[in-house]
Design a protein around this ligand. Structure first.
Ligand SMILES: *[C@@H]1O[C@H](CO)[C@@H](O)[C@H](O)[C@H]1NC(C)=O
Ligand SMILES: *[C@@H]1O[C@H](CO)[C@@H](O)[C@H](O)[C@H]1NC(C)=O
Ligand SMILES: *[C@@H]1O[C@H](CO)[C@@H](O)[C@H](O)[C@H]1NC(C)=O
Ligand SMILES: *[C@@H]1O[C@H](CO)[C@@H](O)[C@H](O)[C@H]1NC(C)=O
Ligand SMILES: *[C@@H]1O[C@H](CO)[C@@H](O)[C@H](O)[C@H]1NC(C)=O
Ligand SMILES: *[C@@H]1O[C@H](CO)[C@@H](O)[C@H](O)[C@H]1NC(C)=O
Length: 373
């Protein structure tokens, strides 16, 4: 009986694999055919709408960087950073010139969600599109969504990931992609490329949320908070999130955040907000972009934002609702994912797609009763 069962299972598994293989084969084929046409259409569309963004030639690596003292003993990613630190323009692969209804109409966008996402993170983008990043009217004002991306991998794998983004773009129209390597130390570049795009295509959006694709962001609460700023409709300074101050560069070479003296001499950083997610006004976005033109890149993107603010004489401020270091639940007898802990916050890091989907639905449940707060 037992052996019989095992054999059946094996037969079923082999059949299953075969079917999967055949299916994969035929569906791959379809996708390839589809894409050739799509790419063609997209190229036509893009060149028509925004040919200017295609005119950047590839930025050359600065070989003199190798002459910096101690260059040979720096880790590869820092060396890459130093070689390409001066590069501020990369060809655009996917554009959204009409996202805000054109520059003149962009004042109709109240909150623009700008989410850093690398090509491989399809599952995260998919769940954000139907949860907190859904484009919608919230409390009477518009929320719009943009994912910002570079490229990853090389050869066929790079092409396949670029195709994935093209297919997503066809369906959702929510991706900006540039042809630079989407690494941790290139996030500052991504950030600045976005600010430049915004100045051109969405200059009058009132507020921005800038964050990662693995955070839970309560965007309806964000709208309510931003609407409560009675003296600021986006035309004055605002930069708020998880405030970090009195820290400096980490000199331990093993750290993800390692910054050697060759990159940042000073032992301190200006105050900044953790890059998991922060809110800023359209005005402040413009100021940061302006300042960035004369500040050389630091590869830690959130610190770099702080450097731009400091140069403009502006300060970031703390918002208690932004929990980029996770949420503190008062007792281990309580469910750390109970929706009542999340109803009042603005942001929590970090959430997996399934948790995100469930939490968004639970906090929207009109029957959710959390008692007095
Ligand atoms: C590096 O420095 C050496 C010696 O100072 C110099 O001869 C060489 O031209 C420099 N290389 C580059 C690429 O600047
Ligand atoms: C290239 O690197 C050298 C050494 O850091 C620097 O002095 C020079 O300004 C850099 N050139 C450019 C174009 O950034
Ligand atoms: C935007 O507004 C400016 C000034 O009112 C006008 O000159 C320009 O033609 C408008 N652009 C578009 C695309 O409507
Ligand atoms: C940033 O992107 C450029 C262009 O793809 C790449 O050459 C460089 O190595 C990247 N820098 C880092 C630090 O990954
Ligand atoms: C925002 O407020 C300023 C005054 O502080 C006003 O001049 C401006 O027209 C307002 N902008 C919008 C889009 O309401
Ligand atoms: C809320 O509770 C009522 C009464 O128990 C129930 O009929 C209704 O389906 C619930 N609504 C949701 C969204 O669960």
């Amino acid at each position: 009986m037992r052996r019989h069962k095992t054999r059946n299972i094996i037969v079923a598994a082999v059949l299953g694999l075969l079917i999967l293989h055949l299916y994969k084969f035929s569906s791959d084929d379809k996708i390839v055919h589809l894409n050739v046409k799509e790419i063609h259409n997209q190229r036509l569309q893009l060149t028509k709408e925004s040919s200017s963004v295609y005119s950047w030639s590839n930025c050359q690596r600065n070989n003199s960087a190798a002459n910096i003292t101690g260059f040979g003993s720096l880790p590869q990613n820092i060396r890459d950073f130093l070689y390409f630190q001066h590069c501020r323009h990369f060809p655009m692969l996917l554009d959204l010139p009409g996202k805000c209804g054109g520059a003149n109409k962009s004042g109709e966008v109240f909150l623009l969600l700008v989410i850093k996402s690398s090509p491989n993170n399809y599952d995260r983008r998919e769940v954000l599109r139907k949860t907190w990043a859904e484009e919608r009217l919230s409390n009477g004002v518009w929320i719009r969504r943009i994912f910002i991306s570079g490229t990853t991998e090389a050869g066929f794998e790079k092409e396949r990931l670029n195709k994935l983004l093209q297919v997503e773009q066809q369906e959702y129209n929510d991706i900006l992609q540039w042809d630079f390597s989407d690494t941790f130390y290139n996030l500052t570049l991504k950030q600045v490329l976005f600010l430049e795009w915004m100045e051109r295509n969405c200059p009058n959006a009132h507020f921005l949320f800038n964050g990662d694709d693995d955070v839970f962001a309560h965007t309806d609460n964000m709208v309510v908070f931003l609407q409560s700023l009675h003296d600021n409709n986006g035309s004055r300074h605002l930069f708020t999130g998880h405030l970090i101050q009195n820290v400096g560069p980490i000199r331990a070479v093993e750290s993800k955040y390692y910054i050697p003296e060759q990159v940042h001499k000073s032992e301190s950083y200006p105050p900044y907000c953790g890059g998991g997610g922060f809110l800023l006004s359209g005005y402040t976005a413009k100021v940061i972009h302006q300042m960035s033109k004369s500040i050389s890149f630091l590869p830690i993107d959130d610190v770099y934002m702080g450097m731009c603010l400091a140069k403009a004489g502006l300060r970031p401020v703390s918002h208690m609702g932004v929990k980029t270091a996770g949420l503190h639940v008062p007792s281990d007898k309580l469910d750390p994912y109970h929706p009542c802990f999340y109803k009042e916050i603005l942001l929590v890091h970090r959430f997996l797609p399934a948790q995100m989907y469930l939490m968004w639905n639970r906090i929207k449940d009109s029957n959710l009763s959390c008692g007095p707060t």
